[in-house]
Ligand binder design. Structure first.
Ligand code: NDP
Length: 274
């Protein structure tokens, strides 16, 4: 009989991470969930998950979590690096400290956690690392420079990691969600308006705020369950794909990016924020 796999899902207090955790529990995995707002993971605990308080930018939280999982369950077999947020605002208006923090959460935090789970995966010569990137890891939007920089970086980082880990039987999977109905839109618009709402980029910021509200608040995005189903499929696959683009607008926008020149793609993007 196959050993019951142990999963760790970050950013499970909301949105995509919460749905991934539910799906992996349904699939019969032992599931640990992590986020800063532990109280928002009580529903997952009642479904059988173990909740861990983790700020992904804090090494102590990461070390403690991996230690607990190792002691209780032997180690992490499936790591879902999902915690993240969009720090929007014009480049000119965004402090370098805020930009650094965006990288701490969306890239360095998950890198530190990945380093901690790798020895166990290497030793057992198997494991799956799923990095939740974004269609924004390939495309780009105005006022999203730092967010897109982290996701473009995550794509390249994940490709390199895949090459390094293949020899140990460890899979690295990139998931590129489209627009998904979660707290993402609310988390991004407030700080964006604070930074750029009243600057030279104010008109652009207001248009983007409206577009984001239309996408997320009117439920035009996809349900986070589409990402959860994809992660479940990748975990079960003997040879998962390297990339999965899923959810509202992901495939058409990635296709357009592939097809169009930079200038034409610029025009297509800017036509949506006029
Ligand atoms: P939500 O805002 O609903 O969830 C974000 C999760 O990340 C929360 O559980 C939050 O937990 C966690 N998080 C944020 N900051 C930290 C931190 N410093 N330490 C630990 N956890 C943190 O958004 P989504 O579910 O949409 O986002 C999940 C991932 O999906 C992100 O990486 C995002 O970039 C990506 N994505 C989302 C898209 C969308 O349209 N929704 C599109 C493309 C990609 P807490 O605050 O409790 O710590």
């Amino acid at each position: 009989m196959n050993k019951q796999k142990v999963a760790l899902v970050t950013g499970a207090s909301s949105g995509i991470g919460k749905e991934i955790a539910k799906k992996l529990l349904q699939d019969g995995l032992i599931v640990y969930v992590a986020a800063r707002r532990v109280e928002k993971m009580q529903d997952l605990e009642s479904l059988g998950a173990t909740a861990l308080k983790m700020d992904i930018t804090q090494d102590e939280d990461i070390n403690q979590a991996v230690e607990q999982i190792t002691q209780e369950s032997g180690g992490v077999d499936v790591l879902v690096n999902n915690a993240g947020f969009g720090s929007y605002g014009a480049v000119e208006d965004t402090s370098i400290d805020d930009a650094r923090y965006q990288f701490e959460v969306n890239l360095f935090g998950l890198a530190a956690l990945t380093q901690k789970v790798l020895p166990h995966m290497r030793e057992q010569r198997s494991g799956t690392i799923i990095n939740i990137s974004s269609m924004g890891g390939k495309i780009y939007t105005p006022l999203g420079a730092w967010y897109h920089a982290t996701k473009h970086a995550l794509e390249g980082w994940s490709d390199c990691l895949r090459l390094e880990l293949d020899q140990f039987g460890i899979d690295v999977v990139i998931v590129e969600p489209g627009a998904i109905n979660t707290e993402f839109g609310d988390v991004m618009t407030g700080p964006m308006m604070e930074r750029s709402g009243n600057t030279a980029y104010g008109d652009l910021a207001k248009t983007i705020e409206k577009a984001v509200q239309q996408t997320y608040e009117k439920g035009n995005g996809s349900s986070p369950t589409v990402i959860a189903d994809t992660v479940s499929k990748a975990v079960k696959a003997k040879k998962p794909k390297t990339r999965y683009a899923v959810g509202s607008m992901a495939k058409p926008l990635l296709f357009m990016r592939w097809l169009l020149s930079d200038r034409l793609f610029d025009r297509a993007v800017m036509s949506q924020v006029k």
